[in-house]
Design a protein around this ligand. Structure first.
Ligand code: PLP
Length: 390
C-alpha cells in the first residue's frame, strides 16, 4: 500500500543528500573530534564545517553554536544553564513540554514562573508578557513557531522588551528552523534552540545558539567539549547531517521553498474546507509556518481519525506526537480557548520538503469519507444533527 507522510512536525525523513554527507563519518572518517591524529583532525574539520552551516542558517557566529542531542536538550540547557534558585522566568502556556516541564522543575527549585496566555489564534499576548517582567526576571522563553498550529510568535517584539528590561531571551525555534527565515540579530534573542530531526537531519542531533558573552552553565559535567558549554564526545555523523540539512534548508528558503510549501498546505486546507462541513483551521488568520494546517473537525474523535487515516496509508496526528496515547486534550488548543471536544477533534497535517501536490490531492480525497464515517458512529454528531433538524 502507498504511504503518505504528513506528520513532519513529529519528525521528518532524512534527505538522501544528508545521509550521503553523513555516511563516511560512520566508517573511514569515524574519528573523535578531540583527538590530535589524522582521524581526529578530519572529524574536527567536519564538525567545524557543520557549525559554519548552522551559524549561517541562524545569522549567528560559528562560536555561538553549541551542538546538542536535539530540541529537548537545547531547551533544557538554555533554561537550566541560565536560571538559578530565586530567579523569575517568563514563558507561555503553549510551549512544548521540553520548556513547560523544565519550568515546572524550576518552580520546585525555588524559582517563580509566569505562564503568559495566548489569544484565540494561539499568539502570545505581548502586553501581558511585558507586564509580567519583574526585577528578579532572569529569562524570557517563548517559542518561535508552535508545533501544533504552526502559529509564529512575535519574537522581534519580545526581543525588544527583553532588551529594554535587560532580561535574557531564549526561543525554542525547533518548529521554525528550516521552514522560515531565522535571524538571531533581528530577533534579538540570546539563546535559540533547533532540532535536527524536524528539518531532515537525523534524530538525536540539534544545536543551541548562545549569544557571545552569555554566561551559560553547562548541564553535563565532563570534558571541555563545545567550549565548556556541552560536555561529551560530539555526535560526529549527526552533526555532519545537521550541517548539510542546514545548508539545504538555506538554499530551499532562498529559492522559494517556503512559498511552494505554503501553496501546497493551502491547497490541502482549502480542499478540506470545501468538502467537509463544520471544519475550521486553527490559527488560520495569523502568520504560520508554511507546512502546518491544524483543523478542527467538529464531532469527531481525533484518535479515531488518525487510526482510520493510517489504515488508508496516511500519517497525520492529533496534537504533539510526544503526547499521543494520552487522553488529555492538547494544552495548546485548550490555551487558545477551544473546548476539550474541539481540541480532541483537531488534526494536525504537517507537510515536509519531500511531499508533492499529488500526495496533497490523495490525502484531501480521503478526508471527507473518513470524517463522514466517524460522524455516523458519533453520538455527538447524532445529537448535533437531531438538534439541527429539530
Ligand atoms: N520543541 C518543540 C517546539 C518541538 O516540537 C519538539 C519536538 O516535538 C521539541 C522541542 C523537542 O525536540 P526533540 O524531539 O529534538 O527533543
Amino acid at each position: 500500500m502507498r504511504r503518505v507522510y504528513f506528520d513532519n512536525n513529529a519528525t521528518s525523513p532524512l534527505l538522501p543528500e544528508v545521509f550521503e554527507a553523513m555516511r563516511p563519518y560512520f566508517f573511514e572518517k569515524f574519528g573523535n573530534a578531540s583527538s590530535i591524529h589524522q582521524q581526529g583532525q578530519q572529524a574536527r574539520a567536519a564538525v567545524e564545517d557543520a557549525r559554519e552551516q548552522v551559524a549561517k542558517l541562524l545569522g549567528a557566529r560559528e562560536s555561538e553554536i553549541v551542538f546538542t542531542s536535539g530540541g529537548t536538550e537545547g531547551d533544557n540547557l538554555a533554561i537550566f544553564g541560565m536560571v538559578s534558585a530565586g530567579d523569575h522566568i517568563v514563558t507561555s502556556t503553549i510551549e512544548h513540554h521540553a520548556v513547560l516541564n523544565a519550568s515546572k522543575r524550576l518552580e520546585q527549585m525555588g524559582c517563580t514562573v509566569t505562564y503568559v496566555p495566548v489569544d484565540r489564534n494561539g499568539v502570545v499576548k505581548i502586553d501581558e508578557l511585558r507586564a509580567a517582567i519583574r526585577k528578579e526576571t532572569k529569562l524570557i522563553s517563548v517559542m518561535m513557531a508552535n508545533n501544533e498550529t504552526g502559529a509564529l510568535q512575535p519574537l522581534e517584539d519580545i526581543g525588544k522588551i527583553a532588551a529594554e528590561h535587560d532580561v535574557y531571551f531564549h526561543s525554542d525555534a525547533v518548529q521554525a528552523a528550516g521552514k522560515v527565515e531565522i535571524d538571531v540579530q533581528k530577533i534579538g534573542c540570546d539563546l535559540l534552540t533547533i532540532s535536527g530531526h524536524k528539518m531532515n537531519a537525523p534524530q538525536g542531533s540539534g544545536a543551541l545558539y548562545v549569544r557571545k558573552g552569555t554566561l551559560l552553565e553547562s548541564m553535563l559535567k565532563g570534558g571541555r567539549h563545545e567550549r565548556g558549554r556541552r560536555a561529551g564526545t560530539e555526535n560526529l555523523a549527526g552533526i555532519v547531517g545537521l550541517g548539510r540539512a542546514a545548508q539545504i534548508s538555506r538554499e530551499w528558503l532562498a529559492t522559494g521553498g517556503a512559498e511552494r510549501m505554503a501553496a501546497m498546505r493551502d491547497r490541502l486546507q482549502n480542499s478540506i474546507l470545501e468538502s467537509v462541513e463544520l471544519a475550521t483551521v486553527n490559527s488560520a488568520s495569523v502568520p504560520r509556518t508554511p507546512n502546518t494546517a491544524n483543523v478542527i473537525f467538529e464531532h469527531i474523535e481525533g484518535e479515531a481519525f488518525v487510526i482510520s487515516m493510517d489504515l488508508k496509508g496516511i500519517a497525520v496526528s492529533t496534537g504533539a506526537a510526544c503526547s499521543s496515547g494520552a487522553i488529555e486534550p492538547s494544552h495548546v488548543l485548550i490555551a487558545m480557548g477551544l473546548t476539550p471536544d474541539q481540541a480532541r477533534g483537531s488534526i494536525r497535517f504537517s507537510l515536509g520538503k519531500t511531499n508533492t501536490d499529488e500526495e496533497v490531492d490523495f490525502v484531501a480525497s480521503k478526508v471527507p469519507e473518513v470524517v463522514t464515517k466517524l460522524r455516523e458512529l458519533s453520538p455527538l454528531w447524532k445529537k448535533h444533527t437531531q438538534t439541527a433538524i429539530g
